[in-house]
Design a protein around this ligand. Sequence first.
Ligand SMILES: Cc1cc2nc3c(=O)[nH]c(=O)nc-3n(C[C@H](O)[C@H](O)[C@H](O)COP(=O)(O)OP(=O)(O)OC[C@H]3O[C@@H](n4cnc5c(N)ncnc54)[C@H](O)[C@@H]3O)c2cc1C
Length: 399
Amino acid sequence: MINLETPRKFRAFINQAHQVAAEMLRPNSRRYDLAEHEYPVELDMLAALVDGLGASGNGAGAGASGVRRTASADEVVNGSNLSSVLSIMEMCWGDVGLLLSMPRQGLGNSAIASVASDEQLRRFAGVWAGMAITEPGCGSDSANIQTTARLDGDHYVLDGEKIFVTAGGRCDAVVVWATLNKSLGRAAIKSFVVPKDTPGLTVERLEHKLGIRASDTATIRFENCRVPAENLLGSASIDRGFAGVMQTFDNTRPLVAAMAVGCARASLELTRSLLAEAGVDVDYDRPVHLQPAAAASYLAMESDWEAAYLLTLQAAWMADNAAPNSLQASMAKAKAGRTANDITLRCVELAGTLGYSEHELLEKWARDSKILDIFEGTQQIQQLIVARRLLGKTSAELK
Ligand SMILES: Cc1cc2nc3c(=O)[nH]c(=O)nc-3n(C[C@H](O)[C@H](O)[C@H](O)COP(=O)(O)OP(=O)(O)OC[C@H]3O[C@@H](n4cnc5c(N)ncnc54)[C@H](O)[C@@H]3O)c2cc1C
């Protein structure tokens, strides 16, 4: 039976994540928002702490490292996916951009954890990996990848361009989606771990962005870039097809939903205290229609937030229990992304001039949250996936 209570064994770890968010991420939030592209040195110490927690078995990491599935559907555990989403919620209550800049906690690490063989897991342990799917001509339609991987002896040769790679400037390696044969369509798309110092890999530029400005976002070019054949993640077989690489999303979408839940909670909490200072108290014992409009609006946001929170836990819990969760992962991502956008912007509105100015972080959270409804599949794409799953349609039948 599903149980979404926070397991006792995670409570100390989650408290620790909250403390780090409150004492290290939040105080540095505005600084790295203004100093875009400056490396947040504070994160090195934090990453060492997270590594230590992982090594001692006390936590699954603050980001993407601990999302490998349990082997057996009989084994009901609250495992690494649940612990990851809960700690990410806390860290993103602190700062989303800084969480995305945490060494060794990249979305590429999640891809490795999801589909790597045991040998690859050992070989790539401790590597900080970004995720490179998007190209100038291909975003939502990830089956349309143009970057090629050609087998040449015991190496693959990669050619193409990837854009908007989160942590692409700072990470040690990128997990690159490339096609073995364009004429075979999606079945020939595979992912490759490419160390950043591989000849033929060039970081071309970093983007200037609306939000998550603490996180670097890179364009990376591959020209005659030779990668050992054993760096292809999972199976090289064309039959195995697209499902292998797509499986990554079932793990990463709940993580992005968790980022949205954490960021929205930050906005709600600050707004509630600002409303209280202005004499507007939120009363849970009185009907909403008898309360001030601002309090009623706050209560509506909070219930939306709760739904996003529970969907996120459900998607992670299913992954931990070896239950197929593509539908729930997309539901969680769609609900949490949209809700975080709505809540953070509405909080700016409710807080008036305080909400819009840099005196508070409300305006920043509204900017930061936007990406959470875009990357790892936009709102529209999540809705499309949910519709396909519910209606039993293939991607060819429902576009
Ligand atoms: C800050 C930032 C960080 C990012 N980090 C990464 C990263 O680490 N790795 C990576 O690979 N990518 C990354 N991305 C890219 C991101 O995943 C893409 O921007 C996203 O998938 C959308 O692709 P697109 O921008 O090409 O938009 P498009 O696919 O061109 O879509 C444009 C609009 O059309 C809508 N649309 C598209 N197809 C359909 C459809 N079939 N039905 C209905 N509506 C549709 C979309 O929802 C969207 O609103 C990042 C982007 C940003 C902004």
